[in-house]
Design a binder for this molecule. Sequence first.
Ligand code: SF4
Length: 231
Amino acid sequence: MDRYNKITEKNPREIVLLKAFPCIWGKCSFCDYIDDNSNDEDEMNKLNEEVLKNITGELGVLEVINSGSCFEIPKGSLEIIKNIVAEKNIHTLWFESHWCYKNRLQEMKDFFGKNVKVKFKIGVETFDNEFRNGYLNKCAKFDSYEEVRKYFESPCLMVGIKGQTREMIKRDIEIVENYFERGTVNVFVNNTTDVKRDDELVKWYCDTYRYLDENPNIEVLYNNTDFGVGD
Ligand code: SF4
């Protein structure tokens, strides 16, 4: 599996996919990537150290992802990141976190100190509360994007799922375009779960929102591996 990449187009940055403890929630109906989770801390730290050795710091920005939230990354690996950030003059660090850790984000910022901006992505999938927490079983219980914006800089959306509607997608994109610093749109690709892709909806999305490819603040992933990490 590729765990390191350098993204040179939009939002230039280095990105690493680390191994981490099991996702605290682990029950989203569309998710099968938690298979990458582990409980073997030594083995995770060893692998993560190898991955992190690739970082050059040349872009000043590092994104660290794992199949879950950054709070599940082993402490030893976080220490390595902290050293690299200082040594390689990285000024901005992006992590991902589930909504349930929203009150701990400051803890992560404090850990890395004042010299680096720590920013957070969140897997919102959709701002439609029923679809998100009902069908997708996301357990991200907020009522409005305003609440999310208080904590997170960048929501990740999912589009093209059977059961999702054009109206939901229109509203989600409108929110991300207008009210957040950054955003990611993941076009849903069938995986081992029962959640299925709606090809007609995907076609409509691509026809309607192709212009987002040119938006410097929104990244659209047509395949899960478009960031060059994962398998
Ligand atoms: S929170 Fe993320 S990693 Fe955890 S089950 Fe849901 S989608 Fe998967």
